[in-house]
Design a protein around this ligand. Structure first.
Ligand code: C5P
Length: 224
């Protein structure tokens, strides 16, 4: 559940409201840069898992030191951009800490034209595949991808790496700016290991009921 909220108090209120319905939270730019990072430790102490979605990318030494700091907060997942130096530094720094590194292959808002404009030779699908293979070789724990990419990525990297998929919408929900969406049930069937859900819960009249409904759909898709 993506805690995409503007302030710590709003995030704490949402966590209290969701109670036992949510066990895994994601903290991204908006909340982290608004004083939300202490919530990682608070949530971890309360028995929740936390995904720190700060998509690190810098020189190896800086990435490594950043990863060590995030590991000390008690986070479970941290994202980095899928550049070989960055992934190598992050994996080494996280080793033995319990923090798992997820690589973002190509941002989902990028198309072939955007990559070309940024100086890349490969198109989106070739670059996603190349980076997924590099991530696997370097020992990265998982990938962030659209649910549409999940089946083909599992074929490329096998089932050791976890696939974490945003762009999840229950049938009939507002799409927002997401381009490639799937329902929770279909995403699980496509091979997603973790689903990232933000607005369908945050903007619901009853967020707890919305979270419970998604949970039920996930459990049903898993045959539980
Ligand atoms: O509100 P919504 O369910 O679209 O939230 C999706 C979350 O997943 C947001 O926090 C967004 O930043 C994140 N995300 C994404 N697409 C990616 C990577 C992360 O939507 N490729």
């Amino acid at each position: 559940m993506a805690l995409d909220l503007p302030a710590l108090d709003a995030a704490e209120a949402m966590v209290a409201r969701l109670g036992d319905s949510v066990t895994f939270y994601k903290i991204g730019y908006q909340l982290a840069y608004a004083g939300g990072l202490p919530l990682v430790r608070q949530l971890a102490n309360a028995g929740k898992k936390v995904f720190v979605d700060l998509k690190l990318h810098d020189i190896g030494n800086t990435v490594a030191r950043g990863v060590e700091s995030v590991a000390k907060l008690g986070a479970t997942f941290l994202t980095v951009h899928a550049y070989p130096q960055t992934m190598r530094a992050a994996v080494e720094a996280a080793r033995g800490s319990g923090l798992k590194i997820l690589a973002v292959t190509v941002l989902t808002s990028y198309d072939d034209g955007d990559l070309h404009a940024a100086g890349y030779r490969l198109g989106v699908s070739d670059l996603v595949e190349a980076r997924a293979q590099q991530a696997q070789v370097l020992g990265v724990d998982g990938l962030v991808c659209s649910a549409e990419e999940a089946a083909s990525l599992h074929r490329i990297v096998g089932h050791r790496m976890v696939l974490v998929t945003p762009g999840i919408r229950p049938a009939g929900a507002a799409v927002g700016d997401q381009k490639r969406i799937m329902t929770p049930g279909r995403a699980i069937a496509a091979g997603a290991d973790y689903l990232v859900v933000g607005r369908p819960v945050l903007e619901a009249a009853d967020p707890k009921a919305a979270a419970d409904a998604m949970r039920a759909e996930i459990l049903q898709a898993l045959g539980k």
